[in-house]
Structure formats: C-alpha cells, structure tokens
Design a binder for this molecule. Structure first.
Ligand SMILES: Cc1cc2nc3c(=O)[nH]c(=O)nc-3n(C[C@H](O)[C@H](O)[C@H](O)COP(=O)(O)O)c2cc1C
Length: 170
C-alpha cells in the first residue's frame, strides 16, 4: 500500500517512510514518531498544602501517627484533568507499610474508576500491605505492572537494568 492509500485507512499520523524495522517486515511503514500531540503525558506531584516539618526521624514519627489515624492532608490541586487520561502511573513512598498520606488523599478524592493504574512503590525494604491497599482503594480500576523499588539507605536495591525494563514496558 502506498502512503496515499494508507492515509485513507490509518488511524495514526503518517510521515516519511520509516525504514528502521525494514529488515523485520515486508511492506512499507510511514508511521511518524509519537509525540505529545498524539499521546498526552503529564507529570504531577501530590503536594501537601502544609509542608512536613522537622528532620527525617521526626517526619517518620509524625508519619506513623498520620497513618495510624488514617490522616489525609489537604493536597494542592493537580493542575490536570484526570478525565483526559486513561493510564495513571502513581508513585508513592511506603509509609508505615502502606502508601504515604498525601497519596491517601489523592486516592480518596479522585475517581479512578475504569482507569489503568500502574503503581511504583519506593521503600526501605518493608513494603508491607501497600500493594494490597492500593488494589483495595482502586477496586474499580485495573491495577497492573506494579513495581517495588527498594532502597538500602541511599542505594537502590533493584538493578538499573530491571528498572529500565519496567520503564520500557510502560
Ligand atoms: C513516615 C515514613 C514512614 C516510612 N515507613 C516505611 C515502611 O513502613 N517501610 C519501608 O520500607 N520504608 C519506609 N519508609 C522509608 C521510605 O519508604 C523510603 O525512604 C523511600 O521510599 C525512599 O525515598 P526517599 O529517598 O525519598 O526517602 C518510611 C519513610 C517515612 C518518611
């Protein structure tokens, strides 16, 4: 099929002839490189309105009290409309064996029904029930491709290549 015929039937944006994979396929491809016009990607942070205070150990202690009483801090608006996104990659630290309080606010305030949720969970080796809790609160979403990124003090336990594989799978 030449490019003129393809234009009539293709849902994708076409560009110059793409020869990158030519040795693997017969026929011709004119698919253009994906960019943010075709795939909308956005990075947002769950930022509490009131910042944490004190040193690391004191934040860990405060965090325990917050998690124990199910505290959900007010978070700043996300500046994106989640309705525009089908897939959401949620990153959270593990706080006392579950997701961090600011993430608890996000998960309780936003409706993620019907979306694909990909959690990545950083931790110091005790992930506890974090993934079970995410699946429970996102029960109307498809939770998939989860990754547990453990740290031993400042050093990532997982190999960089495994992390890269995960990134490539997204
Ligand atoms: C309040 C608080 C509670 C934490 N609880 C846990 C925990 O239960 N299990 C764990 O493996 N790590 C726990 N951590 C460590 C963090 O998950 C870890 O430091 C983080 O994922 C790595 O990111 P960072 O480099 O920003 O600290 C806790 C940290 C804080 C601040």
């Amino acid at each position: 099929m030449d490019v003129k015929e393809l234009e009539k039937v293709s849902d994708f944006t076409l560009g110059e002839e793409n020869t990158t994979y030519v040795k693997y396929f017969t026929g011709k491809s004119y698919l253009s490189v994906l960019n943010t016009k075709e795939v909308v990607i956005c990075n947002v942070t769950f930022e509490p309105v009131k910042s944490y205070t004190g040193d690391y150990n004191s934040v860990v202690e405060q965090g325990k009290r917050k998690v124990d009483r199910g505290f959900k801090p007010e978070i700043k608006p996300l500046l994106v409309n989640l309705e525009d996104y089908d897939t959401i990659i949620i990153g959270t630290l593990v706080w006392w064996y579950t997701y961090a309080s600011a993430v608890a606010t996000f998960l309780s305030e936003y409706d993620l029904s019907g979306k694909t949720i990909i959690p990545f969970v950083t931790n110091g080796g005790w992930i506890g029930h974090t993934l079970k809790d995410i699946k429970k609160v996102c029960k109307n979403a498809a939770v998939t491709n989860v990754i547990d990124i453990g740290f031993n003090t400042d050093k990532m336990v997982m190999s960089e290549s495994n992390l890269e594989k995960w990134i490539a799978s997204l």
